[in-house]
Ligand binder design. Structure first.
Ligand code: G3P
Length: 219
């Protein structure tokens, strides 16, 4: 499973990229708004310099034709890296079809039902992003949606890749991997938690102490 980082924060991306396990980046307007004082173009260029993978940048226009124009400008930042994030809605689906015609990759975001995912895949979305955590928040099971989408995409052989998004904790990542999600996009604090286990920490400490005892006894 590919792991994307769900952030627009350059420091987080720098640290995660050094770990060598980040395959791409997803951003959204909320994440970008946290990086106040910087222009989108500058943030995107910095990200591209750090991560050699797809980087989702979201369009804010309301009409398909305007989404296309806005998306083309974003795509020009880097044809190799930029993926246009398009919200799930009727205009968004029309835009995804147009982007596909222009061979511009898309990530259909804000997917909360299997039907929405099916429509996005049919429209030619490169990626679809079901929001797991936000469904859990309202008492639904986000993992059921992810499983349904994996089955639908697999059954009909769509090339669309599924990004498990709105990930809130390490268990979400494990569950997404077990279901066979192509990708999980993970906030940095969740990624850091994935490294840790109390028995690993304890084990490292005990090995260190025992090795020091061994060194002392052999002097
Ligand atoms: O990037 C989209 C998604 O991951 C947002 O997550 O935590 O705002 O529901 P969240």
């Amino acid at each position: 499973m590919k792991i994307f980082l769900d952030t627009a924060n350059i420091q987080e991306i720098k640290e995660a990229a050094q770990m060598g396990i980040i395959d791409g980046i997803t951003t959204n307007p909320t994440l970008l708004a946290k990086e106040s004082g910087k222009e989108l173009q500058m943030i995107a260029s910095e990200i591209i310099h750090l991560v050699d993978g797809p980087i989702s940048l979201e369009v804010l226009s309301q009409k398909a034709e305007e989404m296309l124009e806005e998306g083309k400008r974003l795509f020009d930042i880097s044809h190799k890296h930029v993926v246009i994030k398009v919200p799930m809605c009727e205009e968004g689906l029309r835009a995804i079809r147009m982007f596909a015609f222009h061979k511009i990759p898309t990530n259909c975001t804000l997917i909360f039902s299997a039907n929405q995912g099916l429509l996005a895949a049919k429209a030619g979305a490169t990626y679809i992003s079901p929001f797991i955590g936000r469904l859990d928040d309202i008492g639904e099971d986000g993992m059921v949606l992810l499983e349904n989408l994996i089955n639908i995409i697999d059954f009909y052989g769509y090339e669309t890749q599924i990004i498990a998004a709105s990930i809130r904790h390490p268990l979400h990542v494990t569950q997404a991997a077990l279901l066979g999600s192509h990708i999980a996009t993970v906030p940095y604090p969740v990624l850091k938690k994935m490294f840790h286990h109390p028995l690993t920490t304890k084990g490292i400490e005990v090995f260190k102490q025992d090795w020091e005892k061994f060194i002392q006894s052999s002097n």
